[in-house]
Write a protein that binds this ligand. Sequence first.
Ligand SMILES: *Cc1c(COP(=O)(O)O)cnc(C)c1O
Length: 384
Amino acid sequence: MDISYIVNELAEDREQYFNAIAPPIVQASNFAFKTVDALGKAFEDEMGGYLYSRGLNPTVDILRKKLAALDGAEDCLVFNSGAAAIFAGVLANVKSGDHIVSVKNPYSWAQKMFDVVLPRFGVHTTYIDGSSLENWQEATQPNTTFYYLESPNSWAFTLQPLAEVAAFAQSRQIITMIDNSYATPIYQPVISAGIDLAMQTATKYIGGHSDTLGGVLCGTKAMMKKIFDSEYLNIGSGIQPFNAWLLIRGLRTLPARLDRISHSTVEVFNFLKQHPAVESVIFPFDESFPQYALAKKQMSGACGLLTVILKTHKRESIVKFCESLQHILMAVSWGGHESLIIPKCAGIPAADFDPSNPEHRYVRLYIGLEEPAYIIKDLDQALS
Ligand SMILES: *Cc1c(COP(=O)(O)O)cnc(C)c1O
């Protein structure tokens, strides 16, 4: 489907609301019925219409339809955060005694679910280097029912061969889910690669303005109905109408923002790569990136994240660099208008900092919508 149609027109029935260009925020918790029969039908199938906004809501539905189309999926559920989407997607598809194979170093709250929550219910997880199909096959046990992917994953941007892993999983009736937050479906279509559940945090690129959280789960109609009827309604973690409206607004400019960010990121990458104070830069579209060929095959764009390793083994120097930036903000998250920096060492007690471990020296940079020269100037003065 045409991306311009999806972001500008799809699911927008403007005649229903005075031909307003922007859709209304239906800020209602409940919906009224004329007959007992109609109410009874809504109880039977809550996904069939509007009953109560913990389930469906008209503003949220506009967003659901657009996001499903963006992913090339049959249907979509939108949650009030990416973490909630991960939680529901996994929980709906495992039961006591099941085994999960996950890429190592998934998003921190996915890992927390695998390490802390699920073991209490008899579900155990093995983490693997997911870069080759053989590693998935070797880790698969007779009771493996679920594969969890994140490609590229944060900080090191390691990739998994999506179509290969999905095809093998299908042959074993194993459900696959991917965190596709880094590339978004615009740059990395995952449903057409055979993945069952496409998740992304809408907090990052979809919202795009660092002013709302949201989480997306796309898949078949049957899968979405299964999740809606239990986890979605039960946990009550669906997105609120106003936040859905902000995400519809964010979607309008998503292609333009990704385009701008991708171009700026290459400029910043080229600057960092040649800088004498920089040891290396990790970026999937760098020709020397170990999985460059796979990155080019699976992704049509690489967005705005890169990881820098400075030519220093001292924690103080990394700290000084980060604290010397005058425009680039130090914060978690990414995908907004503003460029951001986050050093790995912020999450490691100073006494445990190991200078011989390159990961401890990682500094992740997110390139926002500023002029690239403005970002480069700030980095340059902090590096010197
Ligand atoms: C931020 C993030 C999430 C979680 O999304 P929230 O909306 O913050 O809950 C999941 N995966 C990745 C890769 C993220 O960066």
